[in-house]
Design a protein around this ligand. Structure first.
Ligand SMILES: [Zn+2]
Length: 137
């Protein structure tokens, strides 16, 4: 899947609106893992992230697409906190680290998703012509 030019432009608009003007966000042509609508990888030590869209992303309604993209674009703001938690948990026993990592990620995802739900409606809508945001390679 190759992201369309209109989707790349739209992600750039959302990125800037969400305070990530100094970040580079690349849209991958590789799909998100595990059936997720999208995922984002923040490169350690860089203001750079790679956004992956799921194979079902194009099937979503425009509002859900916007919500999903806003959700993913909030993660870079929390990336350093996540990395700090991950490093800290390496200092505790593996069983505790496993439980705490899972709990932390759950709470983080819930928080990110709640914030995305609150602010996505305030941001520009998915533009017409972005309905098919990806084209087959
Ligand atoms: Zn998330």
């Amino acid at each position: 899947m190759v992201p369309s030019a209109s989707l790349v432009t739209y992600v750039g608009v959302l990125k800037d609106a969400l305070g990530l003007k100094d970040w580079r966000i690349d849209l991958s042509d590789e799909p998100a893992d595990d059936g997720n609508l999208a995922s984002i990888y923040c490169w350690p030590g860089q203001r750079r992230a790679t956004l992956h869209l799921g194979v079902d992303f194009d099937d979503e309604a425009p509002d859900e697409k916007r919500h999903t993209l806003v959700h993913e674009l909030l993660h870079p703001h929390l990336h350093e906190m996540q990395a700090c938690v991950d490093r800290s948990l390496q200092l505790v026993g593996s069983q505790a680290a496993h439980v705490l990592t899972a709990e932390h990620r759950n709470f983080l995802e819930h928080g990110v998703d709640a914030i995305a739900a609150a602010i996505a409606p305030l941001l520009p809508e998915v533009p017409d012509g972005t309905a098919d945001s990806c084209t087959a390679r």
